[in-house]
Design a protein around this ligand. Structure first.
Ligand code: ZN
Length: 250
């Protein structure tokens, strides 16, 4: 079973809130949870920023294999301590999938070390091209996905070169964007995915749903326990040997 947590900022102007509700009557994170949970191997919980410990107390993180993160504007309202804790969990193996405007989420900026800024324009049409068809996140997908309405995000996107670039977005204005990017950080995996503006229908699109389900499976922890032990304990090789733990060979 893959234990997924969807973190949601839950903070909109009332007028926008009504538009989000109209597009996603279940709620935006609940919609994501519902399509992921159609896979019997996936269990999802939704948490929000207004909950204690920003929705992410240790007991929630302890039970999270993959964390999806949707945020829009309240980036700085996430305490540094929470952002550091999330980034540290990723280094220890937790999968992390920042969605859409979470390109600027604090934990992602910590993990990538760049500003993560980009160009944007509210309304456009997007073609999402798969540029790495052999990647597990692209499994079962067509060459190109059309999104009739999606916010334009454009280059320059200030990120380190992705370890794997799976999708590139093209917009009617002519802009290009690195829309589906993978990075490996420590024992953890990170997938940033651009579509998902709150008043557009991306999360109702079956291909987008497939991408995110594939991403959850890809990002789930795979590192062996003893590798994690060695990475995060300050034990010398003598002490590891004394305790009967695997000693790395150089
Ligand atoms: Zn947006």
């Amino acid at each position: 079973m893959i234990r997924v947590t969807v973190w949601y900022e839950n903070m909109f102007h009332p007028q926008t809130q009504a538009a989000v509700k109209a597009m996603y009557p279940l709620g935006l994170p609940q919609t994501i949870a519902a399509f992921l949970e159609r896979d019997p191997q996936v269990a999802v919980r939704v948490v929000t920023m207004d909950q204690p410990a920003c929705g992410l107390p240790d007991e929630v993180l302890d039970e999270t294999d993959v964390l999806l993160w949707w945020s829009h504007s309240g980036y700085d309202l996430v305490p540094d301590e929470v952002a550091r804790k999330v980034a540290d969990r990723v280094l220890k193996g937790m999968g992390f999938i920042p969605l859409h405007s979470a390109h600027y989420a604090k934990p992602l900026r910590l993990l990538l070390g760049t500003s993560c800024t980009l160009r944007w324009r509210e309304a456009d049409y997007e073609r999402l091209w798969c540029v790495m068809p052999s990647h597990p996140i692209a499994a079962g997908l067509p060459v190109c996905i059309e999104l009739p309405e999606e916010e334009m995000y454009g280059e320059f996107f200030d990120i380190p070169q992705p370890d794997e670039l799976v999708f590139t977005g093209w917009f009617r204005g002519g802009e290009l964007f690195r829309s589906g990017c993978c990075w490996y950080r420590g024992m953890g995996k990170v997938f940033y995915f651009q579509p998902g503006h709150e008043t557009h229908a991306a999360y109702h699109n079956p291909y987008v749903q497939q991408i995110l389900l594939n991403a959850v499976h890809w990002a789930a922890p795979t590192a062996r326990r003893e590798q994690l032990f060695f990475l995060h304990d300050d034990l010398g090789t003598d002490e590891l040997a004394r305790q009967g733990r695997p000693v790395p060979q150089y």
